[in-house]
Design a protein around this ligand. Structure first.
Ligand SMILES: *Cc1c(COP(=O)(O)O)cnc(C)c1O
Length: 367
């Protein structure tokens, strides 16, 4: 029994921590395996990009200094690339921090927070951490049911989370459906549109949401350098909002929340079109490779717009996950998302995907 339990905030007393994907080194240590393949955290399988690496190296001698707390250079680059005002941008230690800043700025124990069943695990955790009430709305075909979510909004609702595409389901909402939803929200309800996988979405069906916060000042769109830009280890993401919301988030954030290497690497990565092109090509090919294999194995999977896919193994997925670990392959069980028969698999390189497919078919055959 934790001696300080009763001293913790009420929400924190009940809190169950986020469970990350198993680290490669941990499995190597546990099983003495020399090669381990990790397809568990939707990371970019290409390794750090060349331009980001060069920018990090160039910044190393400056690490005795504090970073630029205003993030001037990165905000300038983002504002040009995304056609938004620099003052609309909030930089974060990963886009997770932006989600947290929104909650700490706007949600208190008297408030309700609406999100979908099967939505990203951080939403309920952040809700509970500030002591607000979670309203998880049943999903429709694994995706967000926007009508039901709108109906769940009450006078007490202060924040709504939409993940598009959603993790771990990969489901994508149509742009006009999201726009209608945001337009219908009461003005005092902050809507967080989490677009962590935006870059992976087919341009023909993307939600071009960055112009919306100036029309809907209660909307904040979040994106990240962790996934398509390959910088998960550095922790850098951003929010695009109205000037009023950005001003408030800026008051709450720590003054140096985005670190120097992350700022430099993100700015360089933004200009590395070659890396992004290769990332998307590898992802598209890998998605076809995995889903073809699932079809051959007679397994159903949820069509995904991200860099991962959730597959239904038609039994409790935990023993399958554990058997894959023994073969040196780390994927993600998603029972904590109320999907006990699914495994979420991040798209890897052609070779990583191949090793995973071989391991999965062996495990399903009992070898
Ligand atoms: C990965 C992810 C994030 C944020 O990741 P950061 O590394 O904190 O930028 C946010 N939302 C969803 C849905 C994600 O899957």
């Amino acid at each position: 029994m934790n001696k300080f339990l009763e001293l913790a905030l009420a929400g924190v007393q009940q809190l169950v921590p986020y469970v990350p994907g198993k680290p490669v080194e941990e499995l190597q240590r546990e099983l003495g395996l020399s090669e381990v393949i990790k397809l568990a955290s939707n990371e970019n399988p290409l390794g750090t990009g060349g331009k980001a690496t060069a920018a990090i190296q160039a910044s190393l001698p400056e690490l005795t200094r504090y970073p630029d707390g205003s993030g001037f250079a990165l905000k300038t680059a983002l504002s040009h690339k995304l056609a938004v005002l620099p003052e609309q941008i909030t930089l974060g230690n990963g886009s997770s921090e932006i989600l947290e800043l929104v909650m700490r700025t706007f949600a208190a124990p008297a408030h309700e927070v609406v999100f979908s069943q099967h939505a990203f695990a951080l939403y309920p955790i952040l809700t509970q951490a500030v002591g607000a009430q979670a309203r998880a709305v049943p999903a429709k075909d694994f995706g967000h049911d926007l009508d039901a979510m709108l109906a769940a909004v009450t006078d007490k609702t202060r924040v709504v989370f939409i993940a598009n595409p959603n993790n771990p389901t990969g489901t994508l909402l149509a742009a006009n459906a999201v726009e209608r939803f945001v337009a219908a929200l009461p003005a005092q309800v902050l809507c967080v549109l989490d677009e962590a996988y935006y870059e992976f979405v087919d341009p023909a069906v993307r939600t071009e949401s960055l112009a919306w916060p100036l029309r809907f000042p209660n909307l904040i769109v979040t994106r990240t350098f962790s996934k398509a830009y390959g910088l998960a280890g550095l922790r850098i993401g951003y929010g695009i909002s109205s000037l009023d919301v950005a001003d408030l988030l800026n008051r709450v954030r720590q003054p140096f929340n985005a670190n120097m290497l992350a700022l430099a690497a993100a700015e360089a990565a933004l200009g590395d079109a070659e890396y992004l092109d290769e990332t998307l090509a590898v992802n598209n090919a890998g998605m076809a490779q995995l889903t073809d294999a699932f079809n051959s194995l007679g397994l159903e999977w949820i069509p995904s717009a991200g860099n991962f896919v959730s597959v239904d193994v038609k039994q409790n997925a935990l023993p399958i996950y554990q058997a894959l670990l023994k073969k040196g392959v780390i994927v993600r069980p998603v029972a904590n998302y109320e999907m006990p028969s699914h495994l979420r698999v991040s798209i890897g390189t052609e070779r990583e995907n191949r090793i995973f497919i071989t391991a999965l078919s062996e495990v399903l055959r009992g070898v």
